[in-house]
Design a protein around this ligand. Structure first.
Ligand code: GTP
Ligand code: MG
Length: 395
């Protein structure tokens, strides 16, 4: 699972990235890794089943547990700042497009304070309408996708009409490198209504229309209305856009996570407040009090954890499941309790989970056990958020 942090220059992408890739909880034996300079691990919260199951503790492998909350890893990429004309290769356009290839959803960081122009250069707060940036980013991705779909479309149309090729396959072939599935292509075609017509009868806008639907389906966006702490932030205006919007203050989140790491505050990501617990300078203390007034008193939190969780749980509609080998002990073969927490699409079946764990396990799947209910479930049974599942395979 990967989220791409995107947006024009100077909006706070790297600040957000720096904050979310810090370890959310201290954990002695858990390696918090940075993958590359601009790729790292962030975490979304979910309830750990060990509490409900009446167990004393768990033995996390990939997702640390603290006080009954599991922190499930999600890759994030700090994508190069996007400038107008990126789809024509302007600025770091190609780098941008390459980076969004791997992400299933995008967190579009916008400067809600309107203190940067379309190129990301500083201007007086409140003078740039952030809604323009929202439209522009989706537009750039759609133009880029359209150009890929459009290539040699007339010769492809001839092959389709001669019956030697399938239009869904042709289009899917072009976007599969971006991790887009055939089902997504089929859905995009259906949404445009072009699935009923032969490609030679498509209008010239067809590639753009398909690209627009495909972008919406395969690269959904959640907006981080960042710099919400600045008085001029246009949050009401931004709320009108056609995407989910979460007000954020990445700078405050970064400051709090650093202070927490140094033992100066008691704060966990997503908390609705913080407590100063350590010795600090008057300046630092004033800074944190300002954060309390300008961020927590107005928005309830920094919004940073919310925007990640909105992206994963709402926009991408993922659920968390806990695979185990021994359903009576909720453990793996070595007795580790609830070792893994996996994010899977809602609608994933027991057999689908088996394939997700390993293709060999999928191919030899026999049945599955719902550990909470203590019963056998069928291959096509759809899993629910928080399920603890044992897969039985003929291995
Ligand atoms: N007031 C305020 N300033 C912020 C916030 N987040 C980031 N900034 C500031 O905005 C400026 C730009 O932040 P960066 O994180 O470097 O922005 P970026 O989007 O990575 O920029 P590029 O790498 O150039 O594309 C810095 O001075 C940050 O301190 C915020 O929530 N509120
Ligand atoms: Mg940056």
């Amino acid at each position: 699972m990967e989220l791409g942090l995107v947006g024009k220059p100077n909006v706070g992408k790297s600040t957000l990235f720096g904050a979310v890739t810090m370890a959310p909880v201290e954990s002695a034996n858990y390696p918090f890794t940075t993958i590359e300079a601009n790729r790292g691990m962030a975490y979304v919260r979910t309830e750990c089943p060990h509490v409900q199951l009446g167990l004393d503790s768990c033995d996390p492998n990939n997702a640390p547990c603290r006080d009954g909350t599991r922190w499930v890893p999600v890759e994030v990429t700090d994508v190069a700042g996007l400038v107008p004309g990126a789809h024509e290769g302007k600025g770091l356009g190609n780098k941008f497009l390459d980076d969004v290839r791997h992400a299933q959803a995008l967190v579009h960081v916008v400067d809600a304070a309107g203190a940067t122009n379309a190129e990301g250069e500083p201007v007086d707060a409140g003078t740039h309408d952030p809604r323009e940036d929202v439209a522009f980013l989706a537009d750039e991705i759609e133009h880029w996708l359209a150009a890929i779909l459009e290539r040699d479309l007339s010769s492809a149309a001839r092959r389709v009409e001669a019956g030697s090729d399938d239009v869904e396959d042709i289009l899917h072939d072009r976007v599969s490198g971006m991790g887009m599935t055939k089902a997504q292509v089929v859905e995009a075609l259906r949404e445009t209504g072009l699935d009923g017509a032969v490609p030679s009868e498509w209008g010239e806008d067809a590639p753009v229309e398909i690209a627009r639907e495909l972008r919406r389906i395969a690269r959904p966006i959640v907006i981080a209305a960042n710099k919400a702490d600045i008085a001029e932030a246009e949050l009401d205006a931004l709320a009108e856009v056609d995407e989910t919007v979460v007000p954020t203050c990445a700078e405050a989140e970064l400051a709090l996570r650093r202070a927490s790491e140094q033992g100066l505050v008691d704060y966990q990501p997503g908390d609705e407040g913080f407590e100063i617990t350590g010795e600090m300078s008057d300046g630092q203390r004033r800074g944190l009090e300002r954060v309390r007034e300008q961020v927590f008193d107005r928005f309830g939190s920094t919004g940073v954890q919310t925007v990640l969780e909105t992206g994963v749980y709402e926009v991408l509609d993922r659920i968390v499941v806990f695979p185990v080998d021994d359903e009576s002990k909720y453990a793996d073969g070595e007795g580790n309790v609830l070792p893994d927490a996996l994010l899977v699409p809602r609608g994933t079946t027991a057999e689908g989970l088996a394939y997700q764990i390993h293709s060999d396990i999928g191919e030899t799947f026999l049945q599955a056990k719902d550990a909470r209910e203590g019963r056998t479930i069928a291959a096509d049974h759809e899993l629910e958020h928080g399920d603890v599942i044992r897969i039985v395979a003929d291995q």
